[in-house]
Ligand binder design. Sequence first.
Ligand code: ZN
Length: 211
Amino acid sequence: MQLQNLSDNKATFVRYNLATDSNAISTPSQALQEYWIASNGIFLRSTRDLIDACIQLNNLALPGLAQIQPYLKFNFPLIPERLVAAMLELAQKVGDQEILFYLAFRGKEWELVIPDQIATATSVKPAEPVDPVYHQALIEVHSHHRMQARFSATDNEEESGKFRIFAVLGEIFTSPAISVRLGIYNYFQLIPANKVFELPPDLNDANRLVL
Ligand SMILES: [Zn+2]
């Protein structure tokens, strides 16, 4: 009986599934992480609030199973252009220094938060990592100022273990660009910026990948 309880608890965190037919994945379970073994590889599916995502972890060719296609359903309104433009402008104002933003969905709209932070030319960290606003934020954006809009090894380290959307701004004084990715715990998937943000005309999407 005790063993049974243990396995029930575990099932709420991680569940392994075989894609026996193409509709198998349609309804999310209560599990935080659903791993799916499909004919075309292994996938991770997870949901949080109004985000439902399925990312491909590897490519395989397994006989006898159905295919799964990766997807991202971001069922919030897009982050409005005025907030994206505000982040870019604030990043430009601080010059050759990084800056960190949180975006939280409160009531019916997105709110831009600039947490207290410790910023240098090559790093930015919240001064209060246990800030309640941090936990409400679904999206974290930081700036690499004149460097490229590309996630660094440090970003990978700091952003793993979470389920949220991350974005990095780069080349903000010359040719502003944004790179956006979905983080599902220890995995990241680059996504087109327009899945999440309304981009001002002077901000380019650094990724042309389609999820
Ligand atoms: Zn960074």
